[in-house]
Design a protein around this ligand. Structure first.
Ligand code: 13P
Ligand code: SF4
Length: 305
């Protein structure tokens, strides 16, 4: 990291104290942001942490849907995001109208909504899930058939683990980052590194999941990496997590399954983080009527988890 970055980090740390702000960072954020965060985690950990924050301002370093969750759970706090353009494209694949229509067509089937969705869509659903708990949520619902969206690969993962029928809504929702991992990449690394473990995210295609040794959320992958006896681990998710693994587990080696980054997550930089905290800009506001309804499925998820 260069000197300029270190200077900006120091300015952010000072302002953070002065403004009584807390910085939450997703595992995919740039290393220089993760280094100054009060807490780093996956979507579930961040949602739970957001309910326990003792600060007036939450600076959410992640994408829009994550910051919306923090805002919904903290109506008395100001939630700001470094870049207003840090938006997850998958969330846009499930508009609220699609959830309503699916529920009209299947009135007795619960709708589990992936947290990678917007507040308006969540307000229509029965319960939220993240990649860390989709299987458990599906398993615990009192129905043999469940609807889950927008990620069709996560729906496939939950169906396989919970042994229930899971209908993906829409049928083809996906993440462009995780779609870049192919079965051929797994075959190639298996040949090159026969002694390594392959771990991937449930947003990867089913054939990639089936060829891996472990499938889990970003923080579940981190926990696996910390506990396993494997010394070399091939990681099928965004680069930010691999950088965290290398920082926190220096005695093991981590190799990307394919070098991919989420450009949307990377829109947050030290510079716009400093600007946002200095000027308290990019406040994340969810209309109270939507927030009230969107809170129920999130709370239900936190309770079940
Ligand atoms: P996690 O909840 O596993 O951190 O995943 C969030 C995400 O956006 C994955 O692409
Ligand atoms: Fe969205 Fe995929 Fe980026 Fe996660 S990695 S924030 S699902 S685009």
């Amino acid at each position: 990291m260069n000197n300029r970055s270190k200077v900006i980090q120091k300015r952010i740390m000072k302002l953070k104290e002065k403004r009584n702000a807390a910085i939450l960072s997703h595992n995919y954020q740039r290393p220089e942001i993760q280094e100054i965060a009060d807490f780093i985690g996956d979507s579930l950990e961040l949602a739970v942490k957001a309910t326990k924050i003792n600060a007036e301002i939450i600076v959410f370093c992640g994408v829009d849907f994550m910051a919306e969750t923090a805002a919904i759970l903290n109506p008395d706090k100001k939630v700001i995001i470094p870049s207003a353009d840090a938006k997850c494209p998958m969330a846009a694949q499930l508009p609220a109208g699609l959830v309503r229509k699916a529920k009209e067509n299947n009135p007795d089937v619960p709708f589990v909504i992936y947290v990678n969705s917007h507040a308006e869509a969540r307000a229509e659903a029965d319960v939220c899930c993240t990649s860390a708990n989709a299987d458990r949520i599906v398993e615990q619902l009192n129905s043999d058939t469940i609807m889950l969206g927008p990620d069709a690969n996560l729906a496939w993962y939950a169906q396989r683990k919970a042994r229930k029928r899971v209908i993906p809504i829409p049928s083809n929702g996906y993440c462009y980052v995780h779609r870049a991992f192919r079965k051929e990449h797994v075959s190639k690394v298996r040949r090159e590194y026969p002694d390594a473990a392959v771990i991937v995210h449930p947003e990867c295609d089913p054939e990639v999941q089936l060829s891996a040794d472990f499938v889990g959320s970003t923080s579940q992958m981190l926990k696996f990496a910390k506990k396993t006896d494997y010394e070399r681990i091939i990681v099928g998710t965004e680069l930010g997590l691999i950088q965290r693994m290398r920082r926190e587990i220096p005695d093991k080696s981590f190799i990307p399954l394919n070098s991919v980054i989420c450009f949307n997550m990377k829109k947050n930089t030290l510079e716009n983080l400093l600007n946002a905290i200095e000027k308290e800009t990019n406040a994340v506001n969810v209309p109270p009527s939507v927030a009230e309804r969107a809170k129920k499925p999130i709370k239900r998820m936190v309770e079940i988890s």
